[in-house]
Design a protein around this ligand. Structure first.
Ligand SMILES: Cc1cc2nc3c(=O)[nH]c(=O)nc-3n(C[C@H](O)[C@H](O)[C@H](O)COP(=O)(O)OP(=O)(O)OC[C@H]3O[C@@H](n4cnc5c(N)ncnc54)[C@H](O)[C@@H]3O)c2cc1C
Length: 314
């Protein structure tokens, strides 16, 4: 039996993936979206109120926003499969995509929007209080901790910039880092040190996040040099220990940067492979926002459409 060759397959179903699917659908390409089996809808499915996505003056719940994006994509003809991609063959004009469920799909264009996953502390209380005091996104959640004690965990540029940003909201900001030295650039460290609302707890690791029905109340901390235990009050804990872009299954077939993010050419969404485009957090380690991911999903769909047109005119 002859297999269907899709015009476009979108891998991932966060804001970038669904936006790409809406544009490709409206353009008549009936995209197939391979949405992921575990977290279809992406990172916003794990949050409550999203207050900074334009068009929702009274905020919108993350899962509601993503369900509406899915419905909009389906309305314009997107077909959605809730499965994980496990391998790809991106060589040639017809790309092959294999899923965990054992299906092999063929397509002329691919839009990769698999996002990135924040690294976790993996300590007691982290999962329990996630979204109730534990956050992985200062830009998204800082506002919820006005005049409350905040802790930032990490020693890289993100941790420094988060700590600096969070001083706008918190009654205090304590940066906890497991070593004395920082991975962050000197300028970021100097800026954080010059901010008298930030205090530093170095050679220290958080061992437990404590709380009650109202959310996080304190953290247990161990000094890695002396072994001494302490307890510090905190209502917001921002974990800034890095992200892992979801690119392992491309197995070297698209060019990645040293941290595993997909490289795109210039201001476009074109990857190193013709016919393969990337958008959202999987290629963006700076902005990491729903609206920036959605905007890039739009651009990837337009780049894919131009590519498909050029194939048709060959
Ligand atoms: C707790 C939390 C709160 C946030 N709050 C806000 C906020 O208030 N405002 C804001 O603008 N941003 C917020 N963000 C950031 C925002 O969620 C991300 O920037 C945005 O979701 C990125 O969109 P994306 O489409 O690039 O990727 P993601 O949303 O990460 O989606 C990736 C998709 O890829 C799929 N996928 C991954 N691997 C595979 C595979 N192998 N096969 C198939 N599918 C796969 C996943 O299932 C998922 O559907 C928040 C993030 C978090 C974690």
């Amino acid at each position: 039996m002859k297999q269907t060759v899709h015009d476009a397959i979108v891998i991932g179903s966060g804001p970038a993936g669904y936006t790409a699917a809406i544009y490709l659908g409206r353009a008549g390409y009936a995209p197939l979206v391979i949405a992921g089996a575990l977290t279809p809808g992406g990172q916003l499915m794990n949050t409550t109120e999203v207050e900074n996505f334009p068009g929702f003056p009274k905020a919108v719940l993350g899962p509601d926003l993503m369900n509406q994006m899915r419905e909009q994509a389906e309305h314009f003809g997107a077909q959605i499969e809730y499965d994980d991609v496990v391998s790809v063959d991106l060589s040639g004009d017809i790309k092959r995509i294999t899923t965990d469920g054992g299906e092999e799909y063929q397509t002329r264009a691919v839009v990769i929007t698999t996002g990135s996953q924040y690294r976790k502390l993996e300590i007691p209380g982290e999962r329990e209080f996630s979204g109730r005091g534990v956050s992985y996104c200062a830009t998204c959640d800082g506002f919820f901790f006005k005049n409350k004690p905040i802790v930032v965990v990490g020693g890289g540029d993100s941790a420094m910039s988060d700590a600096d940003f969070l001083t706008r909201f918190g009654s205090s900001v304590t940066l906890i880092h497991r070593r004395q030295g920082f991975r962050a650039s000197k300028i970021m460290v100097d800026r954080a040190k010059a901010n008298d609302k930030i205090s530093f707890l170095l050679d220290s690791v958080v061992t437990r996040i404590n709380g009650d029905g109202s959310g996080v109340t304190s953290l247990d901390v161990r000094n890695t040099a002396t072994g001494q235990q302490s307890n510090i009050p905190a209502n917001g804990v921002f974990v800034a220990i890095g992200f892992t872009p979801q690119t392992a299954f491309f197995n070297g077939q698209v060019d990645l940067d040293q941290d595993g993010y997909i490289l795109v050419k210039g201001g476009s969404t074109k990857t190193s492979v013709p016919g393969v485009f990337a958008a959202g957090d999987v290629t963006d380690k700076i902005y990491r926002q729903a609206i920036s991911a959605a905007g890039m999903g739009c651009r990837a769909a337009l780049d894919a459409q131009e590519y498909l047109t050029s194939l048709d005119n060959r």
